[in-house]
Design a protein. Structure first.
Length: 244
């Protein structure tokens, strides 16, 4: 995945990208990120980026000129790019969008908005897609860009160090995660379920599938409606219903 991030706060973005899996992914050339400071594209000695909204109202609006200048600068290598604006008005980000970003061959430009918003002409002329990471309002788009990059990069083969980790997790089944345990076998009187120590892979798979179904039915019944249940799932669900 290759991206350009346009932000007023490069340090916020850099702090996250320079640690852990995203750091390793960059070292391994699975992820390439260039961070641009929007202020570098502001005009005049005072580098003013925002102004009062026409028509009045609270807050400030990011002016069009610095964003047009920055995007022109970023695009000057002539490579095709997908320009994403992070905002609460966008399409809500999902795991299937993360999968799509993880396979993206074009460079992706993330515009991180701040203040009350950006001049509409940026949307009209420069932005290909607007994405929101959820129905709440953040102080800026930086966390949104990082959420997209983080969730996409961990799906790139090799990024997690263990090829199987991402597609064996139960979220890729469309369900919430099953419970995980590690040593010790007994902790403060709580024992690890025997089946996980049995070495019987078929039984372990069934237990995990059942517990993932149980958790999803309880916490996110909306997700159950979206997945295609196999016959075994229907059997496991009727067992769960019998137990509750
Ligand atoms: N900027 C402010 N709120 C946001 C949200 N919910 N998603 C993405 N970018 C944002």
């Amino acid at each position: 995945m290759k991206c350009d991030i346009l932000t007023l706060f490069p340090d916020i973005v850099n702090a996250y990208l320079k640690e852990s899996i995203l750091k390793r992914a960059q070292e391994g050339k699975l992820l390439e990120v260039k961070i641009y400071n929007l202020r570098d594209f502001a005009a005049g000695r005072h580098k003013v980026l925002d102004d009062y909204p026409f028509g009045g109202g609270p807050g400030m609006v990011i002016k069009p000129e610095p964003l047009f200048k920055a995007i022109e600068h970023i695009k000057k290598d002539g490579l095709p790019r997908r320009v994403i604006l992070l905002s609460p008005q966008g399409k809500t980000f999902t795991q299937s969008m993360a999968e799509e970003f993880s396979r993206e061959k074009q460079r992706v430009v993330f515009i991180c908005g701040r203040y009350e918003g950006i001049d509409e002409r940026v949307r009209l002329r420069l932005v290909n897609e607007e994405v929101s990471i959820g129905d709440y309002v953040l102080t800026g788009g930086e966390l949104g860009a990082l959420v997209i990059i983080d969730s996409a990069v961990r799906l790139i083969p090799g990024a997690l160090g263990d090829e199987r980790s991402a597609d064996e997790e139960s979220f890729s089944w469309g369900l919430l995660d099953y419970p995980q345990y590690t040593r010790p076998r007994e902790f403060q009187g709580m024992r690890v379920p025997d089946v996980l120590i049995s070495g019987n892979h078929k039984e372990i798979w069934l237990w995990r599938r059942k517990e993932a179904l149980r958790k999803t039915i309880k916490m996110r019944p909306d997700l159950i409606k979206k997945i295609k249940l196999a016959d075994i799932d229907k059997k496991l669900i009727s067992e769960i219903e019998g137990e509750e």
